[in-house]
Design a binder for this molecule. Sequence first.
Ligand SMILES: Nc1ncnc2c1ncn2[C@@H]1O[C@H](COP(=O)(O)OP(=O)(O)OP(=O)(O)O)[C@@H](O)[C@H]1O
Ligand SMILES: O=C(O)[C@@H](O)C(=O)CO
Length: 422
Amino acid sequence: MTTFFGAIADDFTGATDLAGLLARSGVRVSLRMGVPKDEPSDTAPLEIIALKCRTSPVNEAVDETQAALDWLRRAGAQRFFWKYCSTFDSTARGNIGPVAEALMRALGTDQTIYCPAFPENGRSIFMGNLFVGEQPLAESPMKDHPLTPMRDSNLLRLLGPQVTLPVGLANRHAVAKGAGSLRDRLVQLRNEGVAHIIVDAVANDDLHIIADACRDMPLLTGGSAIAMPLPEIWLKQELLTRHGTSTAHRAEYGPAIILSGSCSEMTNRQVSAYLSGGRQGFRLNPLALAESGENAACEWLSAQAPDVTPIIYATAEPNDVRATQQRLGTERAGMLVEAALAACAVKARDLGYRRFVVAGGETSGAVTKALGITQLDVGAEIAPGVPWCFARTAGHDVAITLKSGNFGSDDFFTKALEVLDA
Ligand SMILES: Nc1ncnc2c1ncn2[C@@H]1O[C@H](COP(=O)(O)OP(=O)(O)OP(=O)(O)O)[C@@H](O)[C@H]1O
Ligand SMILES: O=C(O)[C@@H](O)C(=O)CO
């Protein structure tokens, strides 16, 4: 079936987040991990390509997203979406703006919007400032993120240095008056030469208005939630059909394992809650990994009874993470943990584990890559933005969920297993 909507996500948990929200429409969503090597075939109306480029050098991120765009265009896509984090995670140089500008050039469009709001997960934007729950972004736990610490809450200030063309704001007053008023504001900003528009949103109703106002734009950018209303809008316009709904399947899955490389406040709580239930866990210490590699973790895993659902985690509190980064360097510490969790995933698969719960975007990229997973079908949501997915690896059907660092409730890990068993 021809693709209508083509999305490019800057990390793997972000891609499954988007896939889960789009799948709520009942229209088939297909998720590719990395730019497919083959020409488009068996494509879905809603196609997502997951990249791992959030923290890559800018030129690499631009080249990769361009390759993804080319593939999506060959699949027939007519509307495009650049998905980044609902907390606008970005390195100091930042990839969000340069990638958006490159996509705009390639698509011949002079304006796009930026809306990372995700009200169901507590992310809202007011007067251009991003809030996490009731806290401004820069006062939220995101200020301590291991790779992309966010120290400013103002999206105009964050985006401005990343782009060459002017940045402007369509504020909540323009949004609250409805799609017509918002369209007028976008035209006004276009006439003033503003190419990059931050759009306020504090509730799902705002997202519906924004999606309606922007439904004909070739390129939209944001978190997953701003894309959520689009399939319904396009179904009404008969640009999409529900034909070919999701093919997510279930098989007889084997034992489950949890792999956590996220150090977010929420993942710290989830790991503690899981361990306090008396579960078997192995803590990866990056300093020990630097000394002697991941063998100890793999040996520990081999010694576990398959029905205990073990957890292997590097999850640590911000002070610990900072101390480790000072000793090893941020990048090296991250790479060591990602490589170890990837090796544990492969070991687990070889030991017969068939259900994988993975926490953290970079971590998920490393794990799915090591498992050789290239395509995912999307299943039931465990929490907003965290669906179960189904894939094949080394000839086996597996279920895998990729949890964004900040998503889910304290009992996420046990809940994930219950949702799959239900
Ligand atoms: N104890 C640790 N010390 C230093 N770095 C760590 C430690 N544990 C994990 N890391 C690294 O921190 C990074 C965490 O990023 P990751 O994207 O996996 O999680 P996240 O940012 O919480 O998730 P998301 O991107 O979905 O919000 C990874 O590169 C991981 O390897
Ligand atoms: O938008 C979010 O918060 C998530 O999908 C994400 O991108 C986490 O890396």
